[in-house]
Design a protein around this ligand. Sequence first.
Ligand code: 6PG
Length: 244
Amino acid sequence: MGSAQIIQFTTDDALAAAAAEEWVSAIAKAHAEGRRHLVALSGGRVTRKFFAAAVARARERGVSFRDVEFFWADERCVPPDHPESNFLLASELLFKPAQIAAGAIHRIAGESDALMAAQLASEELLRIAEPKAGSFPVLDLVLLGLGEDGHVASLFPGDVRTASDTVSVFLAVKNSPKPPPQRVTLGHGPIAAAREVWVLASGKGKEAALHESLSTQGQTPLAQVIQLRANIKIFSDVNLASGL
Ligand code: 6PG
């Protein structure tokens, strides 16, 4: 079913700038139409550049973040002031510089047990999101990074439980191969139900994962997301032409 639109860049800076520009435009459009913009953020290295570029462009264009509600595609089970926290990353590079109101930030309680944090995060997203697609909240945008193994959010290859879960909004992950081991991740349902999904595929060592994910026979978590959705946008600085 899926088809992915690949937008290719030569550097992570160019990728981050283009994705940020497009995100600021989406936020401005929502404001003009009197709509909220519900976004789920990811962690990762290129996300740092993306946040900084988004704050700069929004400021230059005079676009406010006041209609945006912030959620996460995944969070590590660490306290919010821990260096590994995806919340902390966003807080330092996006929320503080853009002076985002605390009420618009729907943090996943990483300090809690993964199961409890997943439950609380699901309740919060269901409380805020309207409309719903069946039992799933409809996010306007899910922002994902791509791991070297083809993971997105904290949906990892070989995790049969998360791959087959078609009912949960957020899921607990207990043995992530990417440290830290305990995480909370958005499930396939809300990712499939989102209006838009963008993947920021950046960095060395991701050629094989992206190549497989784009194959109709692909088995990576990103391949599953592509196959679940009619559309997905991949901002990439991965050199797919390299010898795989
Ligand atoms: C996380 C991220 C994860 C990340 C990818 C890509 O919490 O670890 O959400 O899904 O986006 O691993 O990370 P890099 O861009 O740093 O390679």
